[in-house]
Design a protein around this ligand. Structure first.
Ligand SMILES: [Cu+2]
Length: 200
């Protein structure tokens, strides 16, 4: 159930962003440590820099390219996650302490507490809550979104291939929160269509 083990294009975006942030932070840390070491080992060299050079170097030259890179990556990758237009499939998910229920288009009922999806196509999940604020999260398929009573939030997910994935409530909601998992099953599109047919 790791967000760093993506199984769909949206989760892949998020994992890539994580790695960019991780390596960006690592590079910055290494740079600061190198300057720190330099100050000890070659203090004569460091002492030659004027305060103005420190301010321009450390306050402008160093952070601007890094901020442009990190913010730019976050904007481009995050933008691609937005649910633009209508996805081919729209499924409602309702959270309640401490489980999830799912409703399919056309009043289709699928027994069990599994969220069924077609693989290879974007799916919009319309998320709400019956009681307190929860959060809908399937780490391997996409980001997370709040489940708020009296309000619906839409998140778009996509699974590359059929398989079983797991979701978890990501907002502390009481003593049953840690057990508030749900099973997600992605089917080949024909199998998903058959499942919807059978549930009518
Ligand atoms: Cu919770």
């Amino acid at each position: 159930m790791s967000a760093l083990d993506p199984a769909g294009p949206r989760a892949a975006n998020l994992a890539l962003l994580w790695w960019v942030m991780f390596w960006g932070a690592t590079a910055l840390f290494a740079l600061v440590m190198a300057l720190f070491a330099l100050a000890y080992l070659r203090s004569d060299l460091v002492a030659r820099l004027t305060p103005g050079q420190w301010i321009v170097g450390g306050g402008l030259v160093l952070p601007i390219p890094i901020l442009v890179l990190l913010t730019g990556t976050a904007l481009v990758l995050g933008e691609q996650l937005l649910p633009r237009g209508d996805a081919p499939v729209r499924i409602e998910a309702q959270a309640q302490r401490w489980n999830w229920s799912f409703a399919y288009p056309g009043g289709v009922v699928v027994p069990g507490e599994t969220l069924h999806l077609p693989a290879g196509v974007p799916v919009d999940i319309v998320v709400t809550s019956a009681d307190v604020i929860h959060s809908f999260w399937v780490p391997r398929l996409g980001g997370k979104i709040d489940a708020i009573p009296g309000h619906t939030n839409v998140i778009r997910l996509e699974a590359d291939a059929p398989g079983i994935y797991w979701g978890q409530c990501a907002e502390y909601c009481g003593e049953g929160h840690d057990g508030m998992q749900f099973r997600v099953e992605a089917h080949a599109p024909a199998d998903f269509a058959a499942l919807m047919e059978a549930g009518q």
